[in-house]
Structures are given as structure tokens and as C-alpha cells.
Design a protein around this ligand. Structure first.
Ligand SMILES: CC(C)(COP(=O)(O)OP(=O)(O)OC[C@H]1O[C@@H](n2cnc3c(N)ncnc32)[C@H](O)[C@@H]1OP(=O)(O)O)[C@@H](O)C(=O)NCCC(=O)NCCS
Length: 173
């Protein structure tokens, strides 16, 4: 039985474990293009890793990670951030670690004065955290239900979404 994971900020020295974990989590996913782990590295290198939380489970080490980075809506940052990539190591999934990372991250973002959070993802998963699709955000050719947002301070937003350059250079989210 592994220990109940502790959620904490990424620290110097965590980058390699986060890369490995992200690659492992996305490898079986049919929608993965294999860019997720390099995207986390690029966000960090480009100074866009606004918030990077890890879940640490005793001697298993880092078993979960979530990244938040600035986004623009119609070219304006406006205090909005993007969620992702979100990864939980296979074998540790379905124990609530992903949910804790998302909820803690949103709490931290709100504490930083963020206006809201956007992501591309499955509404069946992210709806439980208050994210809504079909609210007027557009991203490339993605179906509007998958372009989701959660207001943290103020109202929802509409317009064309753009992620940090690490995502855009990789060809999407
Ligand atoms: C998605 C992910 C981060 C969830 O982490 P987790 O720790 O397993 O999640 P939790 O234990 O908090 O929640 C699990 C619940 O989410 C559901 N869930 C997980 N992935 C889902 C998905 N893609 N769509 C809908 N529901 C999903 C499970 O059914 C489960 O619900 P249940 O317990 O009611 O059956 C993890 O499965 C993962 O790393 N996946 C591979 C990488 C990935 O796809 N990241 C997200 C890309 S948008």
C-alpha cells in the first residue's frame, strides 16, 4: 500500500521525473501525439510554467503532475491560465490524485488573482471541477464542447483561445 500522496510545488531536480511520468501517462492514450512531456519541458524553459504541482507518494516518488501556463483570448492574457498537461502514473490512477491536483491548482490560481482557467479536454472528466464547454471559446478546429473554461473571478469569456508557445509550436494541446 502506498502512502497518501502529498501535493506540493515542483522543486529543482523534479524535471526528469515529471518528464518520465508525463510520457508514461499519455503513452496509452489514443489522442496523445507524444508531445506532452516535451511541452512541459518547453513551458519550463520558456518561463511559462506559472504553476507546476506534483503528487508525491512515499517511496514511489512523483506519481502525478499538473501544469498551468498563461493563455490569451483574442490576443489578451487578461489573467487567464491554461490547465495541462495533467498526468497520473498508470497504476496510481483512479485514486483521486488527478482530482486533487486539479482542485489544488485551481485554489492556488485563485489565490494568485487569476481570473479563470481554460483547457482542451473531455467534458465528462473536467465537468466535475466546474469547467464548461460551449461557452464561446474557440480553439482551432476543436469541437466547442471540448474547449472548456472555469471562471475564478468574474465571468466566463469568449473569443479565440491561444496557449503558451510551447503548445502552439507543438501543434496544439
Ligand atoms: C486523466 C487522469 C489525469 C485522471 O487522473 P486520476 O488520478 O486517475 O483521476 P481521479 O482518480 O481523480 O478521477 C478518476 C475518475 O475520472 C474518470 N476519468 C479518468 N479519465 C477520464 C476521461 N478521459 N474521461 C472521463 N472520465 C475520466 C474515471 O472514470 C474516474 O471516475 P470514477 O472514479 O467515478 O470512475 C489520468 O487518468 C491520466 O493521467 N491519464 C492519462 C493522461 C491524460 O489523459 N491526461 C488528461 C488529458 S486532458
Amino acid at each position: 500500500m502506498t502512502a497518501h500522496p502529498v501535493i506540493r510545488d515542483e522543486r529543482p531536480g523534479d524535471a526528469a521525473a515529471i518528464h518520465t511520468l508525463t510520457a508514461e501517462a499519455f503513452a496509452p492514450m489514443p489522442y496523445s501525439d507524444g508531445t506532452e512531456a516535451p511541452i512541459v519541458d518547453a513551458l519550463r524553459a520558456e518561463g511559462d510554467l506559472t504553476l507546476s504541482l506534483v503528487a508525491v507518494a512515499g517511496e514511489d516518488g512523483i506519481v502525478g503532475h499538473v501544469a498551468f501556463s498563461p493563455v490569451r483570448i483574442d490576443g489578451r492574457h487578461g489573467g487567464w491560465y491554461g490547465l495541462g498537461p495533467l498526468s497520473v502514473r498508470p497504476g496510481h490512477q483512479r485514486r483521486g490524485i488527478g482530482s486533487r491536483l486539479v482542485r489544488d491548482g485551481l485554489t492556488r490560481l485563485r489565490g494568485m488573482g487569476a481570473k479563470g482557467c481554460a483547457l482542451i479536454g473531455d467534458p465528462a472528466y473536467y465537468g466535475r471541477f466546474g469547467f464548461e464547454g460551449d461557452r464561446g471559446l474557440a480553439y482551432r478546429g476543436i469541437a466547442p464542447a471540448y474547449v472548456q473554461q472555469r471562471a475564478l473571478d468574474g465571468g466566463t469569456v469568449s473569443g479565440t483561445l491561444a496557449f503558451a508557445s510551447a503548445f502552439e509550436k507543438a501543434g496544439g494541446d
